[in-house]
Design a protein around this ligand. Structure first.
Ligand code: B12
Length: 259
């Protein structure tokens, strides 16, 4: 059963609800315009469930209707977690064993973005969703630069702190600001550090596509609902791997081996 349909009243009835704003005053005409849009989006039949004026020139709509599309679950591609989830104790132990020093994390919101709640949820000791933030981990040194950090400031701070990882939050997405800022940040770090010395670059925010890391030039993207434990576990997995020397394979002469 990899094909599914949305449902509202009875299984498989195809009912969905969408909301949007039109730049029209609230009137019968604007409600008709909302229905026209819904029909063009493939909702047939559709009805306006809610319409509310947003000032004199705009109207917010909620439209309920039927779509005929099927979802093929088998064709869905997502980024699965490819590292083990660690407790703070396990994470601390792994860092101490591999690095013999604290793992340094520098974080902040770049550009004009002042939405610090997300990055604080990950970094601050009080944490998020019942998990302690990275400041709680004894073997993590956290430098939280806060809001509206410029890219040169971030690079400078990462250099001064000898950061192993840089954590950037982007919540505002107007005109794709989150994507432009992230690309600019990634390019600046690539210019400022030789490849082996560059800190791990991690971005997060509610509207990022977690599959977009490579296109943005970062090592990992975290989206909506991320917890501090996931981020700590990811950092430990990647930074520890970087610092664990790969043992050269000892070549045994075949004559020796055959004896
Ligand atoms: C609180 C808030 C504010 C506060 C911010 C206070 C603060 N110190 O952060 C104030 C009032 C200042 C504010 C201002 C503005 N805001 Co505001 N704000 C919000 C609001 C209501 C909640 C955001 C929030 O705190 N979420 C809770 C946190 C915990 O969730 P999160 O950020 O998603 O973080 C989680 C994950 O995404 C992830 N994550 C996030 N960052 C990172 C980073 C890393 C490294 C990792 C690993 C993970 C990670 O982990 C977190 C925990 O799970 C949202 C609407 C909403 N409901 O989301 C609007 C919203 C973000 N704001 C918005 C706007 C437009 C603005 C203003 C431009 C409004 C204005 N005209 O002035 C200004 C911009 C100010 C600026 N210069 O940035 C819009 C953005 C729209 C868009 N498309 O970009 C939103 C979506 C509201 C809306 N629907 O219009 N805002």
């Amino acid at each position: 059963m990899t094909l599914v349909r949305p449902y509202g009243d009875t299984t498989g009835d195809g009912m969905v609800q969408v909301s949007f704003t039109l730049p029209l005053p609230h009137s019968k005409t604007s409600e008709g315009a909302a229905l026209q849009l819904a029909q063009k989006m493939g909702m047939e039949p559709a009805l306006v469930a809610h319409a509310k004026p947003m000032g004199p020139e705009f109207t917010f709509f909620v439209v309920y209707g039927r779509v005929s599309h099927l979802v093929d679950v088998g064709a869905v591609r997502v980024v699965e977690r490819d590292y083990p989830l660690l407790t703070p104790k396990e994470a601390n132990l792994a860092i101490r064993k591999a690095l013999r020093r604290r793992l340094v994390v520098v974080g902040g919101c770049i550009g004009t973005d002042a939405h610090t709640v997300g990055i604080d949820a990950i970094l601050n000791v009080k944490g998020w969703a019942g998990e302690k933030g990275l400041e709680y981990y004894r073997e993590l040194k956290v430098v939280n630069l806060g809001a509206q950090v410029s890219v040169p400031e971030l690079v400078e701070s990462a250099r001064a702190e000898k950061a192993d990882a840089v954590l950037v939050s982007q919540v505002v997405t107007q005109r794709d600001a989150h994507l432009h800022n992230t690309r600019e940040m990634a390019a600046a770090f690539r210019e400022a550090f030789p490849p082996r010395r560059r800190p791990l670059l991690v971005v997060g925010g509610p509207r990022f596509d977690e599959a977009g890391a490579e296109a943005l030039g970062v090592d990992r993207v975290f989206g909506r609902g991320t917890t501090p434990g996931e981020v700590a576990s990811y950092l430990v997995a990647r930074v520890v791997a970087r610092h664990t020397p790969t043992r050269p394979t000892t070549q045994t002469p075949s004559t020796e081996a055959s004896r």
